[in-house]
Design a protein around this ligand. Structure first.
Ligand code: UD1
Ligand code: UDP
Length: 383
């Protein structure tokens, strides 16, 4: 019998842990004996509600290797991770390194592996905002150009890569002949797999005493929103005004970065009002079951998160995007998402429109819920 494929999967930030659940599940249930996965957690996210909760809920095995790098500047964090991953790869041979998305953990995995000629499989390849001021854009462009398999969630991602000279071809993937494969989106796999379970298990609506369709769900964590006094205040002031005028409840699971910056940069009067407004729930980050239960029960989603934008789409919820551009251009094209940046007028116009007319039906453009299996097949066939 052929030797199993040895994958080193690098995760570290919340969305990657969630995405890794899909591949890890496919390996355990469909590819046991043919693929052996070693999970490496860089430690980029470390609070229990930013990391451990997802292992517990989504049935991901405990990480085999913990680098424990913690927070820091981009350079320091990426350097510590790269060094740690390199040491792991030097100690033990792996056939490929799997990385997800566009965080510093993604870049570190791609850098360490490619320098040692270990092929990189990039899941969620080809996304572009065309805004190099985003650390994520730098990470994803560099990672894509160091990857051997570029697993794209959408046709747009495939086109973006073709424009950069990385194309799909029928042959075997090789470090000098990377291969682009449209697999669908592993996050869609998760929303399909966990959607019903979340409704059964999550008690968050009862805990907050809110009903389906009675609230707006908000997440804000992008550095250009949190670390910019003007933008941070403009976003929250506008949301508080909408809450006061409409009487709708607001549920805001606050990312630790945002909590810190609210204390540092927010107008103290606004912060006090947000904390005391009845029905404006500033809460700690929630687990995945609570989050997708909130998304699917919300009247409207307001976010700057990439993953939350997509999940809003998966659950047919309209979405106001607190960014000037998005990598998920299909959502805007289908009219389910509107770009409002941090502009009070644009946020209000978009909110009013969606509260008035809801969202159009969302066609299925993120695959069939089996993207992770497709990725496993591709890796097995070409390695
Ligand atoms: C990172 C990713 C971003 C992703 C986000 C998902 C990069 C460059 N950014 O942003 O692409 O959308 O994760 O959530 O990789 N902190 C804690 N506890 C934690 C984690 C973070 O308190 O468990 C605080 C620390 O003060 C830290 C700050 O949050 O300095 C920012 O964390 P960091 O991982 O650098 O970036 P994120 O904003 O989380
Ligand atoms: N998420 C969660 N709890 C929260 C906020 C987000 O479980 O309190 C999940 C969300 O459902 C999605 C992922 O985290 O699957 C998105 O991660 P995040 O917004 O941190 O990063 P991004 O997708 O923007 O990189």
């Amino acid at each position: 019998m052929a030797e199993p494929l040895r994958l080193l999967t690098v995760i570290g930030a919340r969305p990657q842990i969630i995405k890794a659940a899909a591949l890890s599940r496919a390996i355990r249930t469909r590819f046991a004996g043919r693929i052996v996965e070693t999970l490496l957690h860089t430690g980029q996210h470390y609070d229990a509600n930013m990391s451990q909760v997802f292992f517990d809920e989504l049935g991901i095995p405990a990480a085999d290797i913990q680098l424990g790098v913690g927070s820091g500047s981009h350079g320091a964090m990426t350097a510590r991770m790269t060094e740690g991953i390199e040491q792991v790869l030097e100690r033990k041979a792996h056939d490929a390194v799997v990385v997800y998305g566009d965080t510093n953990s993604t870049l570190a995995g791609a850098l360490a592996a490619s320098k040692l000629h270990v092929p990189v499989a990039h899941i969620e390849a080809g996304l572009r905002s065309f805004n190099k001021r985003m650390p994520e854009e730098v990470n994803r462009v560099l990672c894509d150009h160091a990857s051997t398999w570029l697993f794209c969630p959408t046709d747009t991602a495939v086109r973006n890569l073709a424009n950069e000279g990385i194309s799909t071809h029928p042959g075997r993937a090789d470090i000098d002949r990377p291969k682009v494969v449209q697999t669908g989106d592993v996050m869609y796999d998760n929303s399909q797999y966990f959607g019903e379970l979340a409704k059964e298990r999550s008690k968050i609506l009862a805990d907050l005493s809110i009903g389906v369709g009675e609230f707006v769900l908000v997440t804000v964590h992008r550095d250009n929103n949190t670390d910019d006094r003007k933008r941070l205040n403009a976003i929250y002031r506008t949301l508080l005004e909408v809450h006061t005028e409409t009487g709708l409840a607001f549920v805001v699971p606050v990312h630790p970065r945002t909590r810190k910056m609210m204390d540092e940069l927010m107008d103290p009067e606004l912060l006090r009002s947000l904390r005391t407004a009845a029905g404006f729930h500033l809460i700690d980050p929630v687990g995945f079951f609570d989050m997708i239960a909130l998304e699917s029960a919300s009247r409207l989603v307001v976010t700057d998160s990439g993953g939350v934008q997509k999940e809003a789409y998966f659950f047919d919820r309209p979405c106001v995007v607190l960014r000037a551009e998005t990598e998920w251009v299909e959502l805007v094209a289908h009219g389910q998402a509107v770009l409002a940046d941090a502009d009070p007028q644009r946020i209000r116009t978009a909110v009013d429109r969606f509260l008035g007319s809801g969202a159009p039906d969302c066609p299925a453009i993120f695959g069939d819920g089996h993207s992770a299996e497709r990725i496993c097949h591709e890796l097995i066939e070409t390695l």
